[in-house]
Design a protein around this ligand. Structure first.
Ligand code: ADP
Ligand code: MG
Length: 247
């Protein structure tokens, strides 16, 4: 089997007496969508933040492409290719779709903002930015100001900006929250294509989307993973039925 892109062993984090994550181990393999589901307060967002480096774990180890990440901060992990989206949005409303994606790519390369005008004529930056926009499903919307985008299109712009960072993996915390059925389905189709660019660790409450898209699902309850398996295995798991899916 291919080496996992992301390998997590024994991650734990307590807030006072509360064990938000408790000895969590899971991995994310090339090409896959691995969903993390569980009730509110189970520790899903805490786990994502431990992986992205926003929260320091009390114990455990995270490896990206085999490399230990202890001591690497959130900015460093982003530079190593951890694309985290949908909670802190860095979209600049007054700029166009194309400008936002170029800015994201340029930020990743460490260049500074004052070179913005020449950058917008630099085909070496513009062509890859247009590719990212097309892959995110925003073709034809390059020159629209971000402020004029519909909610679902803004999510797509965030994906285009994440793609501009040449991600090794995506960490997505409830990307479908606040979207209607149509929008959620369209975003699901988009994620289905993106997995081939970089695998996706997906926290999502939309169970139709989770069971349709995922290669594997892990179920987190009170900070502990109670099951990991294919959608079929998870659906048939009596413990998962009892504590989460059964209602
Ligand atoms: P989920 O995303 O699965 O809904 P969270 O990871 O947000 O769950 O929260 C897990 C538990 O940890 C919850 O009981 C929540 O109240 C608690 N928690 C999360 N962040 C903090 C924090 N910064 N300080 C104290 N408790 C927190
Ligand atoms: Mg959460």
């Amino acid at each position: 089997m291919a080496e996992p892109t992301l390998d997590i062993r024994g991650l734990s984090k307590s807030f006072g007496a509360l064990k938000a994550t408790d000895d969590v181990s899971l991995d994310l393999r090339p090409g896959e969508i691995h969903a993390l589901i569980g009730p509110n307060g189970a520790g899903k967002s805490t786990l994502i933040k431990q992986i992205s480096g926003e929260i320091a774990p009390d114990a455990g180890e995270i490896r990206l492409d085999g490399r230990r990440l202890s001591g690497v901060d959130a900015a460093g992990r982003a530079r190593l290719g951890m694309a985290r989206s949908f909670q802190v949005s860095s979209v600049a409303s007054e700029f166009t779709v194309l400008q936002n994606v170029v800015l994201a790519a340029q930020g990743a390369s460490g260049a500074t903002f004052r070179f913005f005008r020449p950058v917008m004529r630099d085909t070496a930056l513009l062509d890859p930015a247009r590719d990212c926009i097309a892959q995110a499903g925003l073709m034809g919307r390059e020159d629209v100001p971000a402020a004029a985008l519909a909610h679902g299109e803004r999510r797509k712009l965030e994906i285009a900006m994440a793609l501009a960072l040449r991600p090794r993996l995506f960490l997505l915390d409830e990307p479908m929250a606040g979207m209607g059925t149509e929008g959620a389905r369209a975003l699901g189709d988009l994620l289905d294509g993106l997995r081939h660019r970089a695998p996706i660790l997906l926290v999502e409450h939309d169970m139709d989307a989770v069971f349709r898209l995922s290669d594997r699902i892990s179920v987190l309850v009170y900070g502990r993973i109670i099951a990991t398996g294919t959608p079929g295995e998870i659906r048939a798991d009596p413990e998962v039925q009892r504590v989460y899916l059964g209602e």
